[in-house]
Unconditional design. Structure first.
Lengths: 107, 210
């Protein structure tokens, strides 16, 4: 966890967007690399870099199937990834609530 | 950002919250097939097509069956709804793989197989010498029975009680509408069948908004 208690693997604009987009799909579904890239408007290299970090943390899995013109890389959120995003969202909400509430003793 | 470069992590809480919400909204719009939309389209198609059939047979004594123009209208309305559904689901499902795709294919095959069986059985009933009136009742009520059973069974797949409720309602409509006779059965189907899908669509849209 980072200083704010937020998971540093998720706490970056591109990785947060990747996680949230994949979490929209029901468990058991995956998304093709090209559709994910389209949705997030990221370059292939950039997306690969962030996916690798998320994959190293065990949050996403990428599977390559087929070859040549039928080759397809699909990306999906793991159960750990779904749980990590839920934790991240809960912590973020808590921190925002704390920031919004007045300090004790303040007028 | 340079291609392949790591991103900055200097994102504050408000930015993170905004990105989270915006991405979630955009992803839902792009990837999620909204059931109320499909229910509204199929409910309207059902209501219009069976309503047109009812208008064409209303007042027939004895019952002779729908006019070719009414059957053509029914075919065109159903075809238009099918084209919309294919495009709508295809757009949302582009690039998506896995369980939900498999579920959709199984449901589609169930509907197609069911309709082939319905029409084959209708031909067999006709061949056995059934009257026009019997064929009229069958033509209106049998498709409701098929749709009702598939919707009720899909409630188990999606663990959705509202789908079961819709399926059971349509089963009751299928079972009871035949007693209305070969003419009125089409009006009952349009209102109680197509209408039920429209009610479900409106309820679903309100639920999604709240």
């Amino acid at each position: 966890m980072s200083i704010d208690g937020l998971d540093p693997v998720i706490h970056g604009p591109a990785r947060l967007r990747i996680m949230v987009t994949l979490a929209t799909l029901p468990e058991g579904d995956d998304l093709s690399f090209s559709r994910l890239q389209d949705l997030l408007s990221l370059t292939p290299g950039n997306l690969i870099t962030h996916l690798r970090k998320l994959e190293d943390a065990g949050y996403v899995t990428t599977v390559k199937t087929g070859a040549g013109v039928t080759a397809r890389t699909s990306v999906s959120l793991t159960r750990d990834g779904r749980a990590a995003l839920a934790r991240y969202t809960a912590v973020l909400r808590k921190l925002l609530d704390a920031a919004a509430s007045p300090l004790p003793g303040s007028p | 950002m340079k291609d392949g470069a790591d991103e900055e992590t200097g994102m504050d809480l408000q930015q993170a919250s905004a990105i989270l919400q915006e991405t979630r909204d955009r992803a839902r719009r792009a990837l999620v097939v909204r059931r109320p939309v499909l229910l509204a389209v199929w409910g309207a198609a059902w209501m219009v097509s069976d309503g047109v059939i009812w208008l064409s047979v209303r007042g027939q004594r004895p019952y002779n069956g729908p006019t070719p123009a009414a059957l053509l209208t029914l075919t065109m309305v159903i075809a238009a709804a099918a084209v919309f559904a294919v495009i709508y689901v295809g757009r949302a499902g582009s690039g998506v793989g896995g369980l939900s795709v498999l579920q959709r294919r199984i449901l589609l095959l169930s509907y197609l197989g069911g309709y082939v069986a319905l029409f084959t059985l209708e031909a067999a009933i006709d061949h056995a010498g059934a009257s026009r009136a019997v064929l009229g009742v069958y033509g209106a009520a049998a498709p409701i029975l098929l749709v009702a059973l598939i919707i009720a069974a899909s409630a188990a797949v999606f663990l959705d009680w509202s789908l079961l409720g819709l399926g059971l309602w349509l089963l009751a409509v299928a079972a009871g509408s035949g007693f209305a006779g070969p003419v009125t059965v089409w009006a009952v189907s349009a209102l109680a069948g197509g209408g039920a899908l429209l009610v479900m669509a409106v309820t679903g849209l309100r639920w999604n908004r709240s």
